[in-house]
Design a protein around this ligand. Structure first.
Ligand SMILES: [Fe+2]
Length: 185
């Protein structure tokens, strides 16, 4: 079950939960309102045939898909690699991940520049909007397997912060001020 919470400011291991004291959770509804991050629940056992994923792909125009595994065994220079995923960045397109197995954390900035940590595991599909500052880390399980989707030819290029002059960033900030629920309707 996906959960999201505001992070503490501790610089200890990025793979820990980093809850505030006391913890401050945020509902998925508020997460969307505050950041534009969308969430879908899929069934990992039946997604290939139950039609939910194919409907979503069709509606949202996802024409590309692949699968990636991230673990100590699969990645050379694992420690370095997960540090690089954890560098704050944005993309010119949505980042779409459907977790098949394992778990991890997507951290996104809200409008007040606070980090919100989103804990994802099997069955969670998350859509991170273009232009939002974010980062990813594995958790202490050190393993995630996920599908990636894209509209058209995939572009995975990250732009590290600061990237405030980029068009996608300006568009995102505009939506942030306008309100996401409103922008989506
Ligand atoms: Fe990213």
């Amino acid at each position: 079950m996906v959960q999201a919470w505001y992070m503490d400011n501790e610089t200890t291991d990025q793979r820990l939960e980093h809850h505030k004291n006391p913890p401050e959770y945020i509902s998925l509804e508020h997460l969307f309102e505050k950041t534009g991050v969308e969430y879908f629940k899929l069934n990992v056992d039946t997604y290939a045939t139950d039609g939910v994923l194919s409907k979503l792909k069709k509606e949202r125009g996802y024409t590309y898909e692949d699968e990636m595994t991230c673990s100590k065994e699969c990645l050379a220079n694992y420690e370095e690699k997960i540090k690089s995923f954890y560098t704050e960045h944005l993309h010119t397109d949505e980042e779409i991940r459907f977790v098949l197995d394992g778990s991890g954390y997507f951290d996104v900035r809200d409008g007040a520049d606070q980090w919100i940590r989103i804990a994802v595991s099997a069955g969670d599909m998350i859509v991170i909007p273009s232009g939002i500052y974010h980062r990813f880390t594995l958790d202490t399980n050190n393993y995630i397997k996920a599908k990636r989707f894209f509209i058209g030819e995939p572009v995975w290029q990250p732009y590290n912060r600061p990237a405030d002059d980029m068009e996608c960033r300006k568009e995102y900030v505009h939506k942030l001020h306008q309100g996401f629920a409103q922008a989506a309707s």
